[in-house]
Design a protein around this ligand. Sequence first.
Ligand SMILES: Cc1cc2nc3c(=O)[nH]c(=O)nc-3n(C[C@H](O)[C@H](O)[C@H](O)COP(=O)(O)O)c2cc1C
Length: 179
Amino acid sequence: MKNIILGVTGSIAAYKAADIVNVLTKDGYNVDVIMTKGGMAFITPLTLQSLSKNRVYTEVFQEDYPREIKHISLAKKADLLLIAPASADIIGKMANGIADDMLSSVVLAIKDIPRYIAPAMNTNMYENPIVQDNLARLKKYGFQIIEPKEARLACGDLGKGAMADVDVIIQTVKKCFEG
Ligand SMILES: Cc1cc2nc3c(=O)[nH]c(=O)nc-3n(C[C@H](O)[C@H](O)[C@H](O)COP(=O)(O)O)c2cc1C
């Protein structure tokens, strides 16, 4: 069984992570969900735990098993990393090697597996040169960006920044394993 780490961060699109977890789990993947504080402001760990049938990780300092360091063992076990939705904040942290929570710590500990991020944010945030530079940097380091789409955003603005459709994200993951 393939192991997917799904990072869920602080965007309104976090509610769509429930569908992503549900479909991937039902299709036979093991999904370990890691949520940031921002992610938990939008959707509860209980929802994603119930759908993934796995414990959801939220705290880097909560070590339930003294014989393992969880952010390292999760990273070693993973076959693929997906962050959906990926906030401007996590993108900035990842592009700069910051590891100040469970998700960003796991991201830095991951080696040699496919890494996908699906950004979701307001158009001004997305087009901000700082965010664009961070994305370019992540691409340089081998991360693959599942491009956001243009849509009427939750804030009312019309523009690019809405998370890619769930089925596009699922297909991207499946294609990666197929070939
Ligand atoms: C209602 C609301 C919606 C938000 N939507 C987004 C979003 O779509 N993308 C984003 O990057 N930040 C969004 N933010 C801001 C982030 O939640 C904030 O930057 C947070 O610190 C992100 O933390 P995280 O990356 O650790 O989850 C939103 C905040 C609020 C209050």
